[in-house]
Design a protein around this ligand. Structure first.
Ligand code: MN3
Length: 289
């Protein structure tokens, strides 16, 4: 759908933009496979390269709904099929539609192409103030749900193992103490939001955030998240978030949480500037006559 834009600008800026984007992609995405699951959200390199050139008058469709790797009924009886279906194809999709619509109205973005939504949230301070809230809310909604689907599994439950287990014990005293704290935070959160286990600096931290706020906007890396909005549990657990929180522990995909933990550790250890867009380069490439 962006072919026309490519042809319109076939000459000078294309090379610059493709080079800039390739460099940015190499620096960010290759090193941080924690977000490889987001690859399905990104379009082909050709579309990415050309979309940086498109007129803002064209509708953007930068982000798209990721498929689940399992069926809607897979997590029964802990999370019911109808909830999963509505949550995925209605709630998550709506965030993406709203995000794409919001991005389409922003006159000047501090990047070209389509960085991962995690990149965008990590760099939210670079987005103009009047547009920041829309990206925070809808971009957060997209990133949060994209994580949520992957940290759930019918083969989940139990406890983590390996280095994540050791880190949890070191930080919280024991796995059961961690679990109790996470549940308490989730149950105590007033209104809509998420409970999070994040890697922040060199610590593991549990907290909740309102609405669709992502830990990424504070440069902290979420490795486990629980959706506390009523749409996440109300059909199966009417008026009882605590029952949903308790059921959640039966379907936590600790293998995926461990993978995200390791990637977040690597990020802190060797790539402190990951998720940082090269705005100096990109601004030059995006400037339009
Ligand atoms: Mn939700």
């Amino acid at each position: 759908m962006f072919g026309e834009a490519t042809n319109d600008h076939a000459d000078e800026p294309k090379t610059i933009i493709e080079t800039a984007f390739s460099g940015a992609r190499d620096a960010r995405h290759r090193s941080f496979s924690v977000y490889d699951g987001e690859n399905m959200d990104r379009q082909s390199p050709q579309v990415r390269a050309s979309s940086g050139l498109q007129s803002r008058k064209e509708p953007m469709s930068t982000y798209s709904l990721p498929d689940l790797s399992y069926g809607y009924n897979t997590l029964e009886p802990f999370i019911d099929a109808r909830t999963m279906e509505l949550h995925h194809i209605q709630h998550h999709r709506r965030y993406i539609d709203q995000l794409n619509a919001a991005l389409g109205t922003i006159g000047s973005l501090p990047w070209v192409g389509e960085p991962s939504i995690e990149d965008v949230l990590w760099n939210i301070g670079k987005i103009s103030e009047d547009s920041r809230n829309a990206v925070r809310n809808y971009g957060g909604g997209h990133a949060n749900h994209s994580l949520y689907w992957t940290i759930l599994s019918k083969d989940g439950g139990g406890k983590p193992s390996g280095r994540l287990a050791a880190a949890i014990t070191e930080e919280f005293g024991s796995f059961s103490a961690f679990r109790e704290r996470f549940s308490r935070v989730a149950n105590a959160h007033l209104g809509s939001g998420w409970a999070w286990l994040v890697r922040a600096r060199d610590r593991l931290v549990v907290y909740s955030l309102p609405n669709e706020d992502s830990p990424l906007t504070a440069e902290e890396v979420p490795i486990l998240g629980l959706d506390l909005w009523e749409h996440a549990y109300y059909l199966r657990y009417p008026a009882s978030r605590a029952d949903y929180v308790e059921a959640f522990w039966n379907v936590v995909n600790w293998a995926e949480v461990s993978r995200r933990f390791e990637e977040a550790k690597r990020h802190r250890a060797g790539h402190g500037t990951a998720f940082t867009l090269d705005t100096a380069t990109l601004d030059t490439a995006t400037s339009t006559p």
